[in-house]
Design a protein around this ligand. Sequence first.
Ligand SMILES: Nc1ncnc2c1ncn2[C@@H]1O[C@H](COP(=O)(O)OP(=O)(O)OP(=O)(O)O)[C@@H](O)[C@H]1O
Length: 953
Amino acid sequence: MAPENLISMLAASMVDDAFHQHGARFKDIDMAERKAEEAASRRNEAASWLRKTVGVVADKELPEQPSGEDFRLGLRSGYILCTAINRVQPGAIPKVVACPGDSVDDSVLLAYQYFENVRNFLVVAREIGVPVFEACDLEKGGNGARVVNSVLGLKSYSEWRQSGGNGIWRYGGNTKPTTNTGNFFIRKNSDPFQNSLSRNLSVADKFLDDHNQNINSSSLNAALLHAIGSEKNSNEALPKMDMAESVLEKLMDLVMQEFDRRVLNQADKDKVNYKIIAEQSPCPLPPPPPPKRKVLAEMVGRKKVEVGDENNEGVQKELVCRLTSENDFKKKLEKQSAILQLQENNIKELKCDLHSAKASIYSMQNNYSEELCKLGKHLDSVTRAASGYHKVLEDNRRLYNEIQELKGSIRVYCRVRPFLHEKPNPISTVCHLDDGSISISTIPSKNGKEVRKSFSFNKVFGSLATQDEVFSDTQPLVRSVLDGYNVCIFAYGQTGSGKTFTMSGPKEITEESQGVNYRALGDLFSYTQQRREAFHYDISVQMIEIYNEQVRDLLSTDGNTKKLEIRNNSQMDLNVPDANVVPVSCSYDVIQLMNIGQKNRAVSSTSMNDRSSRSHSCLTVHVQGKELASGTLLRGRMHLVDLAGSERVNKSEVTGDRLKEAQHINKSLSALGDVIFALAQKNPHVPYRNSKLTQLLQDSLGGHAKTLMFVHISPETDAVGETISTLKFAERVSTVELGAARLNKDSSEVKELKDQIASLEDALANKNTPMKQKTRIAKSPNKNLGKKPNQDFQELLPNGIDSAQSYEDWVDKVMVNKLESNSFDRQPEDSMNQTHLPDFFYPGHRKLYSGNVISRTRSESATTDDSDEFDIATIDSSSDNGYVGGNVDVLMIKKAQSRIPQSPIKHSVAGPSPSKRVGNNGSSLLQTPTMTGRRPPEYKRSTSGGGKTVSRK
Ligand SMILES: Nc1ncnc2c1ncn2[C@@H]1O[C@H](COP(=O)(O)OP(=O)(O)OP(=O)(O)O)[C@@H](O)[C@H]1O
């Protein structure tokens, strides 16, 4: 083998050895830290040996584990070192200059003496074979490691001597004799690199030894010479140790080069590996460690400087650490790639799992969607069935309501007043109530058992019901006025039971406590606003009261309302052009008017109610709507009636005027009872005219109006008698069927015709032509189209009879005859002398509507006492000349009719019911005859001819 190859092989072998043996040992240990640790450990070892041997470590006391600087400076005087060597080898240094302590100045003299000590120590140490240092190493910035190394060498020597001094001592465990004074690379036995180096150096030593014996003949000689670059001197005999040093230096160079080359190769490989791993890694890897090339170059440079120094173990150690860390990094990378591989495998497995999970989810989804589909179908059928059921229910309700509508049943709402005076645990007679029924507990019967009576109504409101709740159930009825229906809402009940509260509100009215009257008008106005695009509405109101059987206009300032002027002058301020019918355009007007009306109403204090209404009040709202597109007219009228309360005079303890009022009230309510009774029994005769009240309500109770009664009861036990009778009465009212409500609708053509008739009528009147008796057979209802009722009626009058006169007399006659003949009617004693209801309560009131109206409703004609005298014919609403609208029964004179062929259709004849007929001037027929008290001589009732006729004398 060539010598250069041998040296290279030696270097490579050393590097291999170092990598192989100690690669894993320094895993994860930081090089600098490790170096520092080791240096500290060696220093501590040296310090502790000095402490043990000399007693002190330094010229002054040092901590247990001194720093490098402290340790080094502490030995500056050389005293401790010399003492230590004398202890190991007594008398080795005969003269040692003692350390003077802190008090002595560090003068030049002392420095010299110290130097002497140090020099003596180094000389002896060198003789013994202990590693030495430079004197300057004890100064600031000196190489402390060499000082420590020297002390530890001394320690080692001391131990060797103590153990008997067998063999040849050599620091580092080498058994080579210590006679040489050369520098050593040898380090502690524990140092890994040292082991490798030692082993390889042993090879070198052996080689050198061999070479020494046969220096000129062996090829190794050339290798060594080559290694030290002294080939030309190969024949010269070199001193063995000098040659060894040169060989070692060269060897170290080669080791470093080999090391550097390998590390650089490894760095390149790592770089490639890192790139591959980074590409495969699912998550970003930490950046690769910086290339070691520069560091190594530095190390190599440093090695060059330090080679030959016995303290270059730091560099060696550092190199080993570098190698180790590189190795660690490689292992780390391998480990990471193994982890990555593992993770890849795991991911593959997970992917498989995911696929299978997905597959099972898809199948589950399919199953579920099938199930859902089935459920959906099932649900669909159930929903259809349910909606069908609901529809059936709804239809039932609708049909029921329609039947009710068709029957025209009077709706009855019951309201229970709360207790007024707060008593602890008041006992209520109302033991149960729900939406449509109420049970009253009556006085215990003789056997002590509580008796309960139950009543059913359209709606029952408990004592906690608010005004708003009460109105909300009334609202649809109110709104139908705008559609052309006649509506009547009246409050009935015992005195103090809450009628006025429901209709108007409490004494101090707020928005919340407003009663039906205010709310109804407010609602009408807001509803007209909603419809303003399609309809134009005119709304007017009136307010009257029936007080002691007298009718008084609560908003009027003239006539029989003189008293009102005295009671309240405020209405003068209103500046209303027509006091009877007041056009209103907004809720504010209405509120003002109603407030005045309320104030004008007769109210007194009784023991039952401190603000007891002593009159029946009626607020009438007239509505005329015009459909803008077609010109069709809709007419509706609404009575809002607050009746005076019935009272037992002995209970209310009234006397004088109050008593008289109570009697009138009770009488009129009794008349109302009679009317209801007759209607409920479907009696042919209904005694409307027995009181002003029944006359007032005649349209609503007997016509085709929508009628609602609020029946009020008090909850107190002492009122149970009145409560029961009130509820019985209300129940009877609810059985009254008025027939379907009729729409008051005139098409524009009808209106035109009416206007024509009116003008013709005027022309006729102007001509003053004697009226011929004419009969007219209504072959069809349309025949009556455009006929004014008066015209019809005048057509029926005999020749030569003044129409107006005859008309009045005729009515009177009929009435008188009827009164005389029908003892069932309980006509009020003073009926003929009393003021009658103002004409605005009747259809065709001239102030509101164009054209005079002679009309009455079918029910009226069918059930009044006139019914047996007249044939009744029904005409279609389209031919209705009257305000009431719908079927209008007109009178037909049988005699006159006899000349005319009978129509197969039921005839409609001219002529109103006496109770409803109005004269040419539009005033109520009822008013005129009774006001005058005259009886019409021209007419008499005749039953000849077998039919229901009215004949002229
Ligand atoms: N639902 C109610 N909530 C609170 N207070 C009520 C209610 N109903 C009636 N009242 C009060 O009861 C008292 C009597 O009521 P109201 O004057 O309305 O009775 P009435 O039936 O009109 O009596 P009358 O027939 O004597 O005129 C009043 O003080 C009224 O405020």
